[in-house]
Design a protein around this ligand. Sequence first.
Ligand SMILES: C[S@@+](CC[C@H](N)C(=O)[O-])C[C@H]1O[C@@H](n2cnc3c(N)ncnc32)[C@H](O)[C@@H]1O
Length: 325
Amino acid sequence: MSAEHEGGVTPASEEDVRRAYEDNKLAQVLYHDWESGTYDAKWAIDFDERCATYAKDRFLGVVGEPLPAGEALPYRRALEIGAGTGFFSLNLRVAGVVDEVHVTDLSPGMVEVARRNAQELGFDVEGRVADAEHLPYDDDTFDVVVGHAVIHHIPDVELAFREMLRVLKPGGRFVIAGEPTRIGHAYARRLGHATWIATKAITHLPPLRERYARPKEELDESSRAAALEAVVDLHTFDPAELAATARAAGATEVRTHTEELTAALLGWPVRTIEAGVKEGALGMRWAMFAFSSWKRLSLIDEKVLSRVVPQKFFYNVGITGVKPR
Ligand SMILES: C[S@@+](CC[C@H](N)C(=O)[O-])C[C@H]1O[C@@H](n2cnc3c(N)ncnc32)[C@H](O)[C@@H]1O
């Protein structure tokens, strides 16, 4: 990651990290503002067929049923919470799942990038800086509320579900995807840590150093980011407990869906290696190997393992629920 990010956002200093320990919402803003300029590159986010299909598959996987054929779109007006750069809702719009998109996020830097991404796609999208625990919208406004990799950052998850339900029209649905499970996070973190140490050691061997070793300043910056990351990642979820939280908030027709077991066992080391080596050092063949292996393993997880392995062992959990009529 470069020291200068787009949009004038500066990397977190050690002083920022200290203040962030005292105020979690400030930590969220600092960390995600800092990430916003490089976020799309880091996660290979685009608004093309690959990402639109990924977003649509995640959405329908959580909902558990296909879009109704031949009927008017049931999810016309959509709100995304913790939208980041707009990955989920803008790709759902590209895929034709939703129509009118409103993106919100606690981080002004993220909202700015999401607005810019929407503009580049030619979409008329409203973007607001907003806390998912206190949404600045009237009751009964949206057909669907979506979120991706966001509720594990929110201190009071039940309050966030209550807010989603409040702004939904009666009969409207929330769809949250890509949250870490408790067990999945534990094995991913251990794998990631071991891979990080091995990558640093191997890339500093004399024959490999020049081509692969990341400069020290970049590694230091990553370590500061990792320190903040530990502050902003607040929860991991047991799927059954998450469903109980949504029901306690007033949701009906609650359903959880889990994904990625072997795909996560491959994915975390792969992403850690990518973060640990010099930018561009791994090349196109590596990227193709990583993506096609992840796809193959995801398919095995979905078609085979999800039938026999309990939900809580998968890495990602998604949840949906409906506002009572
Ligand atoms: C891991 S990023 C995910 C971004 C995007 N949804 C995606 O999947 O690419 C989490 C996002 O949640 C936002 N966030 C954290 N706490 C929040 C809160 N209380 N309300 C709204 N957004 C929040 C962060 O600023 C960040 O953009």
